[in-house]
Design a protein around this ligand. Structure first.
Ligand code: NAD
Length: 281
């Protein structure tokens, strides 16, 4: 079984991006800039944002984090986003989710200029992805896609099963694999016979949020299994895939932690650089 090392893949990608930033700096005399807006004091979000900032600095991006308290009003955040939209030094804007209840997520996402939407969640970018046009691709599915391609470069005709249909993960992942000519099934909480669906799959991407949902007897021999899930347990963080069971059957599997997570952050940096490059055309 191939243990898909997301940490190593992310580090290789960051190294490439670092080189690219050096080249962009010498060509344009400026570097791409990433601004993250963090609202509230939820610990996981704070950790994610800290990691994003650290990685952005590591590859030489200009990075900034704007922090607001939980009680911030929506108008202030929307005004800040408009200001960042007009700021030439900002190539990418990310508003860390989830948001406090009194802030309308859709309004926030739609206010971000699609050309700076490094999370790929603006409806324009969702449409771009489903149409096969250029635009930002959500970071986690993009990371999963790059990991899958490392294992299998030719995915034509493969059967791919997404578990989970969120905008952030399952739906975007399905589009990426469709573009690779996979036959894609999107499953979700109301899917009947999930095990039977999974047993058909050459590629499975699990993004659910239920610890160790996917069992060894759900997996076709030689399948590639990507585990997006992050579930807190007494034993620490585990994924949506039962690692011990599935690793005995699958051809390749991502660990949790150390699989998809590091690639997500590296892809955020990649998206920021892509936004910068498109803005220079
Ligand atoms: P979500 O809650 O938005 O979506 C979960 C999906 O799972 C839904 O579409 C739902 O229909 C489906 N689902 C629920 N129960 C199911 C069941 N029994 N069988 C099949 N499908 C079921 O979650 P999300 O934002 O897509 O995140 C999913 C998981 O991925 C979470 O654990 C989250 O923490 C993790 N995540 C990880 C990263 C990373 O970088 N590694 C990034 C984003 C999210």
């Amino acid at each position: 079984m191939i243990l898909i090392d997301g940490k190593k893949a992310a580090s290789e990608l960051r190294e490439k991006l670092k080189q690219e930033v050096v080249e962009l700096k010498s060509k344009y005399n400026k570097v791409p800039g990433l601004t993250v807006i963090l609202i509230g004091d939820m610990t996981p979000s704070q950790i994610y944002v800290r990691n994003k900032e650290k990685s952005a600095n590591e590859v030489g991006l200009k990075s900034e984090v704007i922090k607001y308290p939980d009680s911030i009003d929506e108008k202030t955040v929307l005004n800040k986003i408009s200001e960042l939209n007009n700021d030439e030094t900002v190539s990418g804007i990310l508003v860390q989710l989830p948001l406090p209840k009194h802030i309308d997520k859709q309004k926030i996402i739609e206010t971000i200029d699609p050309s700076k939407d490094v999370d790929g969640l603006h409806p324009m970018n969702v449409g771009n992805l489903s149409s096969g046009y250029q635009g930002s691709i959500p970071c986690t599915p993009l990371g999963c896609y790059l990991l899958i391609k490392k294992i299998e470069s030719n995915l034509v005709g493969k059967k791919a099963v997404m578990i989970g249909r969120s905008n952030l993960n399952g739906k975007a992942m399905a589009q990426l694999l469709l573009q690779e000519d996979c036959t894609v099934t999107i499953t979700h909480s109301k899917t009947k016979n999930l095990r039977e669906e999974c047993l058909q799959a050459d590629v499975i991407v699990a993004a659910v949020g239920i610890k160790e949902l996917v069992k060894g007897d759900w997996i076709k021999k030689d399948a590639i299994v990507i585990d997006v899930g992050i579930n807190k347990t007494d034993k620490g963080i585990v994924g949506d895939v039962d690692f011990d069971e599935v690793s005995k059957v699958a051809r390749a599997l991502t660990p949790v932690p150390g699989g998809v997570g590091p690639m997500t952050i590296a892809c955020l940096l990649k998206n920021t650089i892509e936004c910068f490059k498109r803005s220079q055309l």
